[in-house]
Design a protein around this ligand. Structure first.
Ligand code: MD3
Ligand code: FE
Length: 217
């Protein structure tokens, strides 16, 4: 009889891809938590609804956003920043759900980052056509900590470039349940998301949700 050494391992146990030093994609890592995460996102958005932020340049972002945790990322004519209150309601952002924190800490650890304690989670919602142009995440204050991202719903083509905007990005498909961890030498790499292709996801319909867990001041 043939012994399959992998048959008792979940797909998440060995399905990892190193994109660059410090940047790891853990394929399917959040699959078994997807229902719980989506339920929690529903709760958060009753208190802090998705909204299309305006860039400092005056453009309306095609991605709709909200936050949970001690602080949240916002953009308006004055610039990009983290703030403790939701400008839409004037209230504190909803608390970070336990299931969010658990998934983020476990993924960071699996990618080699110990003691990751996210204080903020930016929640992005893409509908078909929505995109995020090439950018760096540098508003967090503490750039020594990684960012953990969880993809849910429709697949998206993610662009991962280098430390210069002009470095040609490589493309990766991020699918439902994929978790990525970006830290160390990859923390300031340019990245973006190509316009979302239309489709139907069994849990989320015609959309993609992305969670990014951050340590921000
Ligand atoms: C690479 N979100 O919210 S997550 C963002 O799919 C953002 O919604 C994308 O970029 C999304 O800022 C991509 C993957 C990601 C997040 C942070 C990174 C990749 C990163 C930071 C450095 C390098
Ligand atoms: Fe980003």
């Amino acid at each position: 009889m043939q012994l399959d050494l992998f048959e008792n391992l979940s797909p998440s146990a060995n399905d990892r891809e190193i994109l660059a030093e410090g940047a790891t994609v853990l394929r399917g890592r959040a699959l078994d938590k997807a229902h719980e995460l989506i339920e929690a996102i529903g709760q958060i958005t009753t208190k802090a609804p998705f909204r299309h932020l305006i860039t400092p340049g005056g453009y309306r972002m095609s991605v709709a956003m909200t936050n949970c945790g001690q602080t949240g990322w916002v953009s308006d004519q004055r610039g990009y920043r983290y703030q403790a209150t939701d400008p839409h309601t004037g209230q504190a952002w909803p608390a970070m759900p336990e299931c969010f924190t658990q998934v983020a800490i476990a993924a960071a650890e699996a990618a080699g980052y110990r003691d990751f304690h996210p204080v903020a989670c930016l929640i992005n919602r893409y509908v078909p056509g929505a995109r995020l142009s090439l950018h760096q995440d540098k508003d967090e204050g503490d750039l020594s900590c990684p960012i953990v991202s969880v993809s849910l719903g429709l697949p998206a083509v993610f662009q991962f470039g280098g430390l210069q905007r002009t470095d040609t990005p490589r493309k990766y498909l991020l699918q439902h349940g994929d978790v990525a961890v970006w830290g160390g030498p990859s923390r300031l790499c340019y990245h973006g998301v190509l316009p979302l292709k239309d489709g139907q996801h069994p849990l989320l319909g015609r959309q993609r949700l992305n969670l990014t867990f951050r340590v921000a001041r």
